[in-house]
Design a protein around this ligand. Structure first.
Ligand code: KG4
Ligand code: ZN
Length: 361
């Protein structure tokens, strides 16, 4: 049971319908998830090997109320405990976002509580700050300025973070997001959708030096990423180079595992290389970072987690990577960041004119 007020978070930006309840009172206000319910739509999109927007928004419309009820029950709270409603309102699929925005507005209006629109990508970074049982809460002041990385199916971006709510984007992918590259490699190998977790599991049996896949640099000073060349290199290694006389390689479990491990090494090196450039002061001369703040679905990746932990150790930085359940899309991160924004502005509500937006501000 809750012993205080809570923030309700709603997330419907892509293909996860998620509702969560986060404490709004006490020492863990904005940091402790009392519940985090997620209805995944993976099964609905698997046959298309990608998210179909119209299917996603229809499924959100069907699921948002049942997931909302589950989140309240799991947290042991009632409607009268809700002190504010946080909605992930950008960026994402517009039809999907509209379902969450409409549900959140209706709830906030009917309860007479403030509502706050939250940026989904910023929320991924906030997920790393949330409290984990058994760990002492880390005071934010010790972590900022932080170097942020969001690595997901839709985003691969680097941020300078002065605080959980003051972020400057330093660079990002110019083509595929890293999670998209994982999913495409999974598709090339015929692994289940989405490919990321399957590639991660398979890579554990492989040799990460078996294939020398390219790591795009795009210039020393640039903090941008490109993953399309890596994805094409994997396709050619698996299917053979188009127009070449050479026969396509013979596939085996060992071959596929080597592909996964080598791809994963290249993807992780690309990320570590750009974060290292940022720590060296690119592009704006800042070298005062105190932590790495990591978020997004690909931060669940075992290789990336290990490589980033090593980078933090070598550079003498703190590192915050979300607990596994908070790496992928969830509403706890929305409610948590929503609490921070509401508290910072003395609980002033966004107007009911708040809208969904396909891209970040
Ligand atoms: O953050 P998220 O749930 O959705 C977006 O905002 O895009 O990220 C989903 C992405 C997918 O591309 C999925 O394959 C990837 O995260 N992912 C992983 C792992 N778990 C999820 N990628 C690599 N290794 C994993 N263990
Ligand atoms: Zn996401």
């Amino acid at each position: 049971m809750s012993d205080g007020r809570v923030i309700l978070g709603i997330e419907t930006s892509c293909d996860e319908t998620a509702v969560a309840v986060v404490a709004a009172d006490g020492p863990h206000a904005g940091l402790l998830a009392l519940s985090s319910e997620i209805a995944s739509q993976n099964d609905l999109h698997a046959e298309f090997r990608g998210v179909v927007p119209e299917i996603a928004s229809r499924a959100h419309a069907e699921r948002v109320l049942p997931v909302f009820r589950r989140a309240l029950t799991a947290a042991g709270v009632g409607l009268s405990d809700i002190a504010g409603v946080a909605i992930g309102h950008r960026p994402g699929l517009i039809g999907s976002l509209l379902v969450g925005v409409s549900a959140g507005k209706a709830l906030a209006w009917s309860l007479g509580v403030p509502l706050v629109g939250v940026d989904h990508v910023q929320a991924h970074l906030y997920a790393g700050l949330m409290w984990r049982r058994g760990e002492p809460p880390v005071p934010s002041a010790e972590l900022f300025p932080a170097l942020g990385l969001v690595a997901s199916g839709g985003h691969t971006s680097i941020y300078r973070c002065e605080s959980p709510t003051r972020l400057t984007r330093l660079g990002g992918t110019i083509d595929d997001a890293v999670g998209e590259a994982y999913d495409k490699v999974g598709a090339i190998l015929g692994l289940p959708f989405p490919g990321g977790p399957a590639v991660d599991a398979m890579a554990r049996q492989g040799n990460d030096r078996a294939f020398a896949f390219p790591v795009s640099r795009l210039g020393r000073a640039s903090l941008d990423f490109s993953f399309s060349g890596l994805k094409t290199a994997v396709r050619y290694a698996v299917e053979g180079v188009p127009g070449s006389e050479a026969a396509a390689p013979v596939r085996s479990a060992k071959f596929d595992a080597d592909i996964c491990a080598s791809f994963q090494r290249a993807a992780s090196r690309a990320v570590v290389m750009k974060l290292s450039s940022a720590l060296d002061g690119e592009p704006d001369g800042f070298r005062d970072y105190r932590s790495l703040l990591i978020g997004g679905g690909v931060s669940a990746n075992s290789r990336l987690r290990a490589d980033l932990a090593e980078l933090a150790t070598v550079r003498g930085l703190a590192i915050r990577i979300p607990a596994m359940a908070l790496c992928v899309d969830n509403a706890a991160m929305i409610a948590g960041l929503g609490y921070r924004v509401l508290a910072d502005r003395q609980w002033a509500s966004d107007a009911l004119t708040l809208t969904a937006a396909a891209s970040s501000a």
